[in-house]
Design a protein around this ligand. Structure first.
Ligand code: SAM
Length: 295
């Protein structure tokens, strides 16, 4: 396990992922009934953008760094509000030195009665995470394989909430492991909200994953098309060699407001975070003709 999120914290992929998570959490808060967040691959919780890792790989400068100084039009601003609210709250003196990972977003957005269950397998990272939330009674940290944990944790007692699956994609068979775990999880909790992150690096593998999952959900599980949403962003030509150019999420049972929010956000985000020719975005139901051809 070599993946260290500190090298990537706050990059374009984090911006989209964390903006989506924050919107999902805000939506869940619209009803008084408590909910639970299950974060299967939690990382260390929050990131110091002045650390050696962030200095060696300052990806955040072309991600969240571009947002804080931007004049953001009303539509994108509304979509980014819960996310940027948490980022700003961590940097109260101004500037940008601290960045919330998915656990810290949850910690900042959860209410008193809501709960978060965080899984992290890396020994040192799990310790850091545990120490960070030791005094927060709403948050439980486990050093555990997040995929395996899903079988034990679903459905949550509250019967409301968000499952975030955000693997490092170090292993060659990560897509297969993700698909297996996700399908099992949806079977255990068909009405749960699931947000699954995946890179657009091996495009063929991503397309096969999307189409396979999409067809299974729509045809085998009878999920309504409006309950499946794919949001992708790429900051350069996706075919270009080198660093990650694109990434996105598949959201199962998304909040009904998410599509509209993302439709307002993604074009502006693609323009604002572009790092070269060919930047773009898509928002759809994950099973397009092109995806089907990959099967
Ligand atoms: C992309 S990072 C998570 C970032 C975090 N979700 C966020 O948004 O701030 C992936 C994390 O998964 C951890 N990890 C890798 N395999 C795991 C597994 N099977 N179960 C739980 N955690 C795992 C890695 O150590 C790494 O910290």
């Amino acid at each position: 396990m070599n993946y260290r999120h500190a090298f990537h914290a706050g990059n374009f992929a984090d911006v989209l992922k964390h903006a989506v998570i924050a919107l999902c959490l805000e939506h869940l808060k619209q009803k008084p009934k408590p909910f639970r967040v299950i974060d299967t691959h939690a990382g260390v919780g929050a990131y110091d953008l002045t650390s050696e890792a962030a200095k060696r790989s300052p990806e955040w400068r072309d991600g969240v760094g571009r947002l804080l100084d931007a004049a953001i039009p009303a539509g994108p601003a509304a979509a980014l509000a819960p996310y940027l609210g948490a980022v700003r709250a961590m940097n109260e003196g101004g500037g940008l030195t601290h960045y919330p990972g998915s656990p810290e977003l949850a910690a900042r957005l959860l209410r008193e009665a809501d709960r978060a269950h965080l899984c992290e397998l890396h020994e040192a990272d799990a310790k850091t995470l545990d120490a960070r939330y030791a005094l927060d009674a709403r948050i439980k940290v486990e050093r555990r394989d997040g995929y395996k944990a899903l079988a034990a944790l679903l459905p949550p007692r509250e019967r409301r909430g968000l499952v975030l699956i955000d693997p490092p994609f170090e292993a060659k068979d990560e897509f297969a492991a993700l698909a297996r775990a996700l399908m099992g999880a949806v079977e255990r909790w068909p009405t749960g909200m699931f947000a699954v992150w995946r890179p657009l690096k091996d495009l063929w593998a991503a397309q096969r994953f999307d189409a396979g999952l999409g067809l299974w959900l729509l045809e085998d599980r009878g999920v309504a098309p409006e309950n499946l949403l794919r949001a992708d962003l790429w900051v350069r030509d996706l075919e270009a060699e080198g660093r990650l150019a694109g990434a996105g999420l598949i959201v199962i049972n998304p909040p009904h407001t998410l599509e509209g929010r993302l439709l307002a956000l993604l074009p502006w985000l693609a323009q604002t975070l572009a790092q070269g020719p060919g930047a773009g975005w898509r928002l759809d139901g994950a099973v397009t003709e092109a995806d089907l051809q990959a099967l």
